[in-house]
Structures are given as C-alpha cells and as structure tokens.
Design a protein. Structure first.
Length: 317
C-alpha cells in the first residue's frame, strides 16, 4: 500500500475496526475511508454496491460483524448467521466488482473444530465438529473465508482472511449479557469495587484455556498482513500464549485492585476446553504481538474508567 491509497475500514467504530484505523493512521496512511452504520447499512446490497461504485477504495478491511459472547451466540444464533452472511456477501462481492486491489476479511478462531489438535494450524479448518454454542456465527465466518478463497480462485481477487484469537481492549462491548469474557468480567469487577463486595461470581469452572490478543496489536497485525502477505487463505493472528480463565480472572482482579474472592458458578457453560492457535505463518513473516496480558488489561481498564468518568457509559449494545 502507498501512503495515499484509498483504504476502507468497514466497521471502524467497533473494537477491531477502530484498532485497524488507529494502526493505519500511526503508519502514516492519509486516505482512510470510514462510514458508520447510520450512513451505510452493510446488509443492504444496493446501498453497498452504490457505496463501492462511488468511493472506489483500493484496499478494504472487513471488520464489521455482529459479535458477542457465549450467551449471545447461544441465544441469538439466527441473527448472528443472517446478519453476518449478509454483510460478508455484500462487501466481498462489491469490493471485487469495484476493482479493490486487496481485501482483508476478519475471521475468528471459533470457526476451528472444537477438538482440533493444539496449537491449531490454519489447515485444521473444516476437519471436525464445531462448538455448538457459537455454531451459527462460526458457519457464517467460514462462509466468508470460503467466499474470499472462491473469488480468489475464480476471479483472481486478492483476498485473504486474518484469523484472530480472542480479542480484548479499547472499544470493547460491555453489554450485561452479550459481551465477551474480559469485558464481562471487567464490568462485573468494577461494579463489585464500587459496591465493596467481598465475593464475585464468575461463570464456569475456570479451567478452559484461551489465547487473548490486545485489539491494537491485532489492528497492527492486520495492517502488516495487508502490506506483507502475498497469498490467500487464512492467517492466524494471535500471541501464542494461553491462559486459563481462572488465571485471566485473577490477573484482571489484580490489575483492577479488587479485594474480593472469586466464586465459580459451575452450572454455567465453559465453551471449548482449549483454543490455542499456531501463529507460525505470521511470525515467519516477521510479526509478533508486543503487548502482554497484564499490560493490555491495564490499558483497557484505564480507558474504561476514563470513558465512564467522561460520559457515564461505555458501549453496551
């Protein structure tokens, strides 16, 4: 990419899209195109086609998606598969039709088989059963990745998929029921601090192992791949470090200076037992995540407190 190339970040108000936008700006790209959902409905085929025909971006990052945690995925599966399929189909096709030079689709590690050998390589996709609690979302993301591959094969469209592990950071969603694990814990722990609680309930057994990447690291990885990666298919984007949910909760409690015991509600679902990705491809290209978990959580909590102080709320939808 050249500094003045027209670069469209779809979903720039979300956590990942905002991080990609910050990464591009930090690297000196000056022609970043953004358009919020209040201006462009990405599920509207005609509107998306018209947008691409008029704006003609050179490069596209598709970070727009309907996302959520275990509860949201398990409860609103119809919405997750319908909306994500609509967004992906519209944007990928319009990007190809309008002559976009390179396209980055944001996938998810949840699309890998629940019992995939660890660490999970990119070629493990579609080799086993998926996690039932997020099946509709996973199927939609698999379809998006497959569409990129098919357009590359049939039309020569230079599209690839960046496959992040669990993402957290600035701009996360803190909905009471629909947030991911770190945001959900941070909101609960912060309220416990305010209330002076001595015990906080956490879902599950605490034993599942997860890999987490700070959103700004992921944004930088996506920009790096757009600049350096020459092939199609998928590229895992993670840290290569896994922690148990129990360790995560305890680390977050320490970062937030919460003086309370953690009580584990084992009646709640754990999800996949272990999910660590093989990041060899990305590392071979020359990129590794610079932010450790404690540092990332500290930055996220500082932003959370600043946002609450400034306007009394954070994103919760």
């Amino acid at each position: 990419m050249q500094q003045d190339d027209r670069i469209y970040v779809a979903g720039h108000r979300g956590m990942v899209g905002a991080a990609v936008t910050r990464s591009l700006a930090a690297k000196g790209y000056t022609n970043i195109l953004t358009c919020g959902s209040d201006q462009l409905d990405l599920t509207d085929t005609r509107a998306v086609d018209a947008f691409f025909a008029a704006e003609k971006p050179d490069y596209v990052f598709l970070a727009a998606a309907k996302v959520g945690g275990i509860h949201a995925n398990d409860t609103y599966g119809g919405d997750f598969i319908r909306i994500n399929l609509q967004i992906q189909t519209n944007v990928i096709h319009a990007a190809w039709a309008s002559g976009v030079r390179k396209f980055c689709f944001l996938g998810s590690s949840c699309i890998y088989p629940r019992a995939a050998p660890q660490p999970i390589r990119e070629d493990m996709l579609l080799t086993g059963e998926l996690e039932p609690t997020n099946l509709p979302y996973a199927v939609a993301k698999i379809a998006g990745k497959t569409m990129c591959d098919a357009y590359r094969k049939q039309y020569g469209f230079d599209a690839f998929t960046a496959m992040p592990c669990n993402v957290y950071g600035i701009g996360d969603n803190f909905h009471r029921e629909n947030s991911h694990v770190i945001a959900a814990l941070m909101r609960r722990f912060h309220q416990a601090k305010l209330d002076g609680d001595k015990q906080v309930t956490v879902w599950g057994t605490g034993t599942p192992l997860r890999e987490f990447i700070f959103a700004d690291d992921l944004g930088d990885a996506c920009t790096f791949l757009m600049e350096e990666y020459k092939d199609g298919g998928a590229v895992n984007a993670g840290t290569g470090i896994e922690v148990s949910i129990k360790t995560l909760a305890e680390t977050l409690r320490d970062v937030m200076d919460l003086n309370a015991d953690l009580v584990w509600d084992k009646s709640k679902p754990d999800g996949t037992a272990r999910k660590l990705m093989d990041n060899t491809v990305l590392k071979t290209l020359g990129w590794t995540a610079p932010t450790d978990l404690a540092t990332g959580l500290t930055k996220m909590y500082a932003w959370y407190c600043d946002t609450l102080e400034q306007n009394g709320t954070v994103r919760s939808n």
